[in-house]
Design a protein around this ligand. Structure first.
Ligand code: PMP
Length: 382
């Protein structure tokens, strides 16, 4: 009898692997190398099953274990008990901009949305399609250079929820601590999920597109508090909620209402294990703070050659946004940085200038290399 056992083609190994460069991309962004190497094996055969991760049924026993473990590890990283549901959904963070108001913005009531930059703006504009929104802070007046203090927020009494963007990827600002409100708190943490300890339990909902700190794009992690789900607006004739967009139905089906992003969820699971192995969120926060300091010190120590976009107290540890004295010099900076093996430093088209995205997996060595490059560039061009 003929058997069709396959053998692996020559795989990359530590001797024939192509060299990697420093990737400062804002997202999709660089991932932990240990995760990439494990994934390389798992694509061929995962957990000794003889079947690759993309080839397993999402309802089979091997995948059951993978998704259950990813959820359990996520709870351990976040320090969450069973107050929250853990969901792995599709459509990226952008679909959450719609799902949130569809499910939780009740007729006649208002949701608060401080506007701290492009992603926060997109979120409130999407919510406006479905109900009443109060823009609780207008950051555009100061070019989104900070997140608001309590006195700058104008909140609605009895709001359905307050939505904020914890880290503003494009402007390089973050909320030093979550806003204070009596409304249920909802955070878009896409560009700093699991980058620092956070009051996960205190949030009604936290969501993050995976492609910066958790895995590949397309999959989104949602932590949804059970008591908040109880306040869900029910589907009705004049407000039908599409099945895929109904949090309750996603919860009832364990994120497997349809075929989920099986690969993406697996990578998230590997990334949660990597975070735990590396000391959890406190240790990750410490490393991130040190990495960011290297670049902020290069800005502050340049005698005014570089200007940071964020006010010092709101500086992001994930996205460092800065500029040289002129657009032409910015271009020169990019060209020379690229030649020195540093990619992805161009600022977002809305903010201009330069941006170094240094998420959890970005190596400290890359921050040291950039800081050194910045000092030399300032010396030669200042
Ligand atoms: N929110 C934030 C803070 C982001 O940085 C991004 C993507 N850069 C998004 C939302 C949108 O994410 P997605 O492309 O997964 O919809």
């Amino acid at each position: 009898m003929t058997t069709f056992a396959s053998t692996a083609p020559t795989a990359m190994n530590s001797t024939n692997r192509p060299k990697r460069i420093f990737n400062f991309s804002a997202g999709p962004a660089c991932m932990p190398e240990e995760v990439l190497l494990q994934l390389q094996e798992d694509i061929w055969s995962v957990r000794g099953s003889g079947i690759g991760i993309m080839e397993h049924s999402h309802r089979g026993p091997v995948y059951d274990k993978i998704i259950e473990e990813a959820e359990a590890d996520c709870r351990t990283v976040a320090g969450l008990g069973d107050t929250h549901h853990v969901l792995f959904l599709q459509g990226g963070a952008t679909l959450q901009f719609a799902m949130l108001p569809i499910n939780f913005l009740h007729p006649g009531k208002t949701a608060d949305y401080p506007d701290t930059g492009v992603w926060a703006t997109k979120a409130y504009k999407e919510a406006k399609l479905f109900g009443k929104v109060n823009v609780a802070f207008d950051g555009s007046k100061t070019k989104y250079d900070h997140t608001p203090s309590a006195s700058e927020l104008s909140l609605t009494p009895d709001a359905c929820y307050l939505h904020y963007c914890s880290n503003n990827t494009i402007y390089g600002t973050r909320w030093p601590s979550p806003p204070k409100t009596s409304a249920p708190l909802v955070a878009d943490t896409s560009s700093e999920m699991f980058a620092r300890p956070y009051d996960f339990a205190g949030h009604a909902m936290i969501y993050a597109g995976a492609q910066k700190n958790l895995g590949p794009s397309g999959v989104v992690l949602v932590l949804l508090r059970k008591d908040f789900l109880e306040t869900q607006r029910k589907s009705s004739a004049d407000h039908p909620i599409a099945t895929m967009l109904d949090y309750r139905k996603q919860v009832e089906n364990g994120s497997r209402l349809n075929t989920p992003n099986t690969l993406g969820i697996h990578v998230m699971g590997l990334t949660f294990k990597w975070i735990l192995k590396n000391g959890g969120l406190k240790a990750i926060e410490q490393r991130n703070a040190e990495k960011a300091k290297l670049i902020y010190d290069a800005i502050d120590g340049s005698g005014g050659f570089y200007k940071g976009h964020s006010t010092p107290e709101c500086r992001s540890h994930m996205n460092v946004v800065f500029r040289t004295p002129g657009d032409e010099l910015d271009k020169k900076f990019l060209k020379e940085a690229e030649a020195a093996g540093m990619d992805g430093l161009k600022g977002h088209r809305d903010a201009g200038g330069l941006r170094a995205s240094i998420y959890n997996a970005f190596p400290r060595k890359g921050c040291e290399a950039l800081a050194q490059f910045m000092a030399e560039f300032a010396r030669k061009n200042g």
